[in-house]
Design a protein around this ligand. Structure first.
Ligand SMILES: *Cc1c(COP(=O)(O)O)cnc(C)c1O
Length: 362
């Protein structure tokens, strides 16, 4: 009996990429694959994104894993390189680097390289995480143009902190600020994450950087993937391993956190925080068994969860499949019940879960 399983629907992945291209038809796609492709499996996901123009990751090891997996598209390092000794690795593997501060620029200028590296200059237009100050642009631009170690076409990017909130004007002012800075000398620009792609069409520059939406999940505060024509790629599933009858007034699970108000039945489900299911999922967080939603009760344990299926429930049996999130239950909804964001739930799926890749699923 297969227990904790992440079913990865590769047809949905392809459909989501097509949907992204439909939303931003004039932009090239830099598919964001950091953190094991948001928990979906780095190399396999990359192999099934033939239509992407480039890949983006956060760490050099992630980029090397893509090359080791035989992927040949350009790979952009979203945090750039970390020390000068990384530069020959970048060059040998055709990695493109973000330049976000003086240390990186100086290291690049001083390196002794056989050929130039492709660079993206990152400007901080208001996120205040990585990026040079707008006032530093002239200086960084001319120094990149001057060094033999950087390819001649300097490209420019920035990032949005609040694009998921359509009522927040910050994104629009960032877009306007950025386009003033770019002027007419920059050939290629890249601004939009998934939320930018969905909600801020003015941010679709030459390139877009979709992450979450590739996996069929909405980045917006108040919607789910299907509202944007996206389909869930991951369905996290397991099975019922026991069915119990509980009298009224009994306390269930660690700490006795939940007490039955009336006699009921519980389905014990083989899934816990040891699989990456959030321990903070509150009472009533839905799961789907045989097409019907039920709420979890009691504490999430390492390996198990208890689900209240109600008295005299004949439709749930030991061995039945349980969907924790996915095709029939948006991960956005589960994230909300656990006080977190879907990004975290997807990334947190643990190696105990077996991955099953499915093609040609309707
Ligand atoms: C992770 C990341 C993205 C992708 O963000 P999504 O919200 O998942 O689309 C884009 N750009 C940068 C710089 C990132 O770090």
């Amino acid at each position: 009996m297969r227990l904790a399983t992440a079913e990865i629907n590769l047809t949905a992945l392809a459909t989501n990429l097509a949907r992204i291209k439909q939303i931003a038809p004039n932009s090239k796609v830099m598919a964001v694959l950091k953190a094991n492709a948001y928990g979906h499996g780095l190399v396999t996901i990359a192999q099934h994104l033939q239509g992407a123009d480039a890949f983006a990751v956060a760490r050099i090891d992630e980029a090397l894993a893509l090359r080791a997996g035989g992927l040949t598209k350009p790979i952009v390092l979203l945090e750039g390189f970390f020390e000068a000794s990384d530069l020959p690795i970048l060059l040998a593997n055709n990695f493109e680097t973000i330049i976000h501060d003086e240390h990186q620029l100086a290291a690049l200028e001083q390196a002794n390289l056989d050929a130039p590296i492709a660079t993206w200059l990152k400007i901080d237009t208001g996120m205040h995480r990585l990026g040079i100050e707008p006032e530093q642009l002239e200086q960084f631009y001319s120094r990149l143009k001057a060094t033999q170690n950087a390819k001649q076409d300097v490209r420019l990017m920035t990032h949005f902190p609040c694009a998921d909130d359509t009522k927040n004007n910050k994104t629009l002012s960032q877009i306007q600020h950025f386009s003033k800075l770019v002027g007419d000398k920059i050939e290629q620009i890249c601004l939009a994450n998934s939320a930018g792609i969905i909600a801020w069409p003015d941010s679709h520059g030459d390139w877009i950087r979709p992450g979450l939406m590739l996996y069929g999940v909405s980045p917006m505060l108040d919607s789910v993937g299907s509202d944007h024509g996206l389909s869930a790629v991951m369905s996290l599933k397991t099975r019922v391993i026991a069915k119990r009858s509980i009298p009224a007034g009994e306390r269930v699970g660690y700490g006795g956190r939940w007490q039955s108000q009336e006699a009921t039945q519980l389905a014990v489900v083989a899934m816990g925080y040891g699989d990456g299911y959030p321990r903070h999922a509150q009472e009533g967080t839905p799961v789907v068994i045989n097409g019907k939603r039920y709420g979890i009760v009691g504490s999430v344990s390492m390996d198990m969860i208890t689900v209240d299926i109600g008295a005299e429930n004949d439709s749930v049996q030991v061995g039945d499949e349980v969907e924790m999130w996915g095709e029939n239950l948006p991960v956005e909804k589960v994230a909300q019940c656990a006080g977190t964001i879907p990004y975290e739930l997807l990334c947190n799926v643990t190696p105990r879960v077996s991955y099953q890749y499915i093609k040609d699923k309707k």
